[in-house]
Design a protein around this ligand. Sequence first.
Ligand SMILES: *Cc1c(COP(=O)(O)O)cnc(C)c1O
Length: 454
Amino acid sequence: MEMNSASTEVQEPPGTGAPPPPWEGLPLEKWNDWRWQLANRLNTVEELGQVIRLSPDEVEGLSAAGHFRVDITPYFGSLIDPDDPGCPIRRQVLPTGRERVPFVAEMADSLAEDAHSPVPGLVHRYPDRVLMLVTTQCASYCRYCTRSRIVGDPAAQFSRKDYDAQIRYIAGNPQVRDVLLSGGDPLILPQRLLEDLLQRLRAIPHVEVLRIGSRVPVFLPQRITADLVDMLRRFHPLWMNVHFNHPKEFTPAVEVALARLADAGIPLGCQSVLLAGVNDCPNVMKDLVHKLVRNRVRPYYIYQCDLVHGAGHFRTPVAVGLQIIESLRGHTSGFAVPTYVIDAPRGGGKVPIMPNYLLSQSADRVVIRNYEGFISAYTQPEIYDRHDPARCVSCQRREADVTAEEQEGVAALLSGDQLAIVPEGFEVAHQRLTRIRWAPIKAALAPAAESDEP
Ligand SMILES: *Cc1c(COP(=O)(O)O)cnc(C)c1O
């Protein structure tokens, strides 16, 4: 297939011959220059009105005081259907009046990231990996941004001192083996600065894997130059998660950008967000995951839309996500099926949600069903020679490692390291139960002596 012939040999994104309207007059080199794209982003009613026919709702959204930042690269803007207010590309980046409507349960920081930040911009929620926010800027801004509380604000930038503190924290915490650079979009940083950060992280012996989360390959594929990729590949193992939501986001320029990253040995994953009116459809999602895997991107997560201010009208019932997974698992390649997750409010982290495939069980058998509804019994072994930790190299190494974290969570209950996970205030609540609920009952049932009193 011609699409897969793209490789690092292609030096620049293939031109279409001329930039799309209304930029026809522009030299093609300019259109393909990521600096030009960034410098000429669309953000006003006037600029956007020259590219698309704005609806009254969009004019209202763009004119509202204090709205979350709008900036759309001309390239991404050119993918918008100028006449269709429901265009899935358009819905992701153009505000409407609806984003100012508050909804039940909305929050500014629904994932409680700020509360999990030991130093500014570093979110340490899981034992062995950290999220490092390196910038608040993006190539374009998604209307449903989970970090709209900080992203896009030109005044809220990370300083040299913040980076130093982030890196010092990681260096001082040997359990951190995976550092995820995000933001904002790390690929928007000046290349030297990004290179410097990667270099300093790579120099920390216990940091095994570096990851970058970026939407630049979607919003600004021109930025994925041979030079940038040559820099990135020096920091392997370096993984990258990109963010596609709709098959319309694939263009020849995007396919070249992805091929360059993949050819540089960067394993690519995709994190999509389930969005009403954009991709809340099993067929759209199937087309999307097929486009992804043809471009060597593994669908990694589909996120349930966060409870963040401005995103209310994008939210779907969880059933929509379940139906999408049901329509993918078994129906297409296993590696094309992402994990559907809810990023739990208050900082619970990502929780996978999936249809039930385990229907029932006895001591001897489990009953399972497949994607077709075929139900069968799997007979469990009568004799199981249990895993013997004393003869297991990994178990022994862990036992000997004094710096290793204790087993946590439900895994600790299964391993026998812990007997219960007790919710906060459990003891108090049970005392209160005794006092408040039982005391009056006891009193009522008890001694006639009491009723004798005057
Ligand atoms: C998503 C996330 C990670 C990475 O999670 P994975 O499931 O390993 O991809 C790490 N830290 C934070 C705070 C996150 O939100």
